[in-house]
Ligand binder design. Structure first.
Ligand SMILES: Cc1ncc(COP(=O)(O)O)c(C=O)c1O
Length: 407
């Protein structure tokens, strides 16, 4: 683009999007699940990608991958088109590289997102559902220990709604992290996604930062990263670091269309990566505000009769994706009371995934009791948290819950 064209385009986009991204939301207007977290800078970057016709996976994607991997203290990042795809890709690559074999058991918490669980079975592994810790709603190491068998090879920890899961108890297993809803959270001073063998993130519209749809896997394992680069893009050899050797091993095949693994197409676009590069610069400040909200709201609500909240666990920093609660008694009535005051509610992710209808078609094991997940299933819900929310949202939430509790 010409310098004049860039300046004119930037001025136009900025004029059309004056108050975006939303930085401060007025609590008097309600309490939505999320706010619009992108603005003219992201739209300019994506538009520039289109105007230059650089739209398919390329330099912007590589730059975002490098930035996100560095953020997590990892050597490699492999960007994809969703967090669900990131989970699928990581697990498929572990099978592709032989680090896991079909039939191996993978410990998965009962409370997570549907596509934390389903990809385990989709690549031929056996999900073993374990309970969650009543203090964090993340996987309970004691329940995981009780569910282990000689076939257990890996654990998929889900950092639920911004709370980092405990991961120290699984030393002899492959530790995988679903950090799709915990961008910027830390455990023991380390960023989530940067602790296990591989970590995944989602950049869906409502997450801490967004590429509209999008996701990434980070890892230090070069072989795994290469497998993911093939599996992400048709199974071809192109983005692999060991490309030269693989091409030499198949001299009869044109290297431009050399397929070395039975892959998918999970690629992101350059528009998504352009968004991501701008959004990455916003994350730290935004997560700090989410964390402060989580602490403030936890303190405000701790005294509400019949309500359980989940303060940041010791040794972690909370990324405040959403604010979960458990109620004694009439959950539907409580959620209706909040909705009536403009406070949006949702169940806690998939709640007990073993009780979802789709679970009947997943070849999974449920060897241990799931009382905490069941409590989440019947008594849990969350409200939104956001960098644009503040103490006022906590005040309104506390007032609404106190009124419900007294009714
Ligand atoms: C824990 C967890 N895993 C996976 C996903 C899936 O991410 P996506 O919506 O980008 O596919 C989500 C989505 O919110 C999630 O919260």
């Amino acid at each position: 683009m010409s310098p004049e064209g860039r300046a004119a385009l930037a001025a136009l986009i900025h004029a059309e999007m004056p108050n975006l991204p939303v930085e401060a939301h007025d609590a008097a207007t309600g309490h939505p699940l999320c706010v619009v977290g992108f603005g003219p800078d992201e739209v300019f970057a994506a538009t520039e990608a289109m105007i230059t016709t650089e739209v398919t996976m390329g330099a912007r994607t590589r730059a975002f991958e490098a930035a996100w991997a560095a953020r997590c203290g990892r050597a490699h990042g492999v960007m994809v088109n969703s967090g669900s795809s990131a989970n699928l890709l990581l697990l498929a690559a572990l099978v592709e590289t032989g680090q896991l074999s079909p039939g191996d058991e993978v410990l998965v918490p009962a409370v997570g997102w549907s596509t934390s669980l389903f990809p385990v079975a989709q690549v031929g592994l056996v999900p073993v559902i374990v309970d969650v810790d009543p203090r964090t709603l993340c996987m309970d190491p004691a329940s995981a220990a009780a569910a282990r068998t000689p076939r257990t090879r890996a654990v998929l920890a889900v950092h639920l709604l911004g709370q980092a899961a405990e991961m120290g108890a699984y030393d002899d297993l492959l530790v995988l992290e679903d950090a799709c809803g915990a961008h910027g959270a830390t455990i023991g001073g380390r960023p989530v996604g940067g602790v296990g063998l591989g970590g995944t993130f989602s950049f869906f519209f409502s997450h801490h930062i967004t590429t509209i749809e999008g996701g990434i896997v980070v890892t230090d394992d070069a072989q795994l990263a290469d497998a993911m680069r093939s599996l992400r893009a048709h199974g071809w050899v192109r983005e692999r670091s060991d490309r030269a050797a693989l091409e030499a091993a198949s001299p009869e095949i044109d290297p431009r269309f050399l397929f070395v693994s039975p892959g998918y197409n999970l690629r992101p676009t350059e528009l998504a990566a352009a968004f991501g590069l701008v959004q990455d610069r916003r994350l730290d400040a935004w997560v700090a505000r989410r964390r402060a909200n989580h602490a403030d709201w936890s303190a405000r609500l701790a005294g509400v009769r019949g309500l359980t909240v989940f303060p940041e666990a010791p040794g972690t920093t909370h990324a405040g994706f959403a604010f979960p609660m458990l109620v004694d008694g009439d959950r539907a009535g409580c959620m209706a009371a909040l909705e009536a005051r403009g406070i949006a509610t949702r169940p806690i992710s998939g709640s007990n995934l073993a009780r979802q209808p789709a679970f009947a078609r997943v070849p999974a094991l449920t060897p241990v009791p799931l009382p905490v997940a069941d409590a989440v299933h019947t008594r849990g819900f969350f409200v939104g948290n956001s960098h644009a929310f503040g103490a006022d949202h906590g005040v309104r939430l506390a007032a609404a819950l106190a009124a419900w509790s007294a009714s």
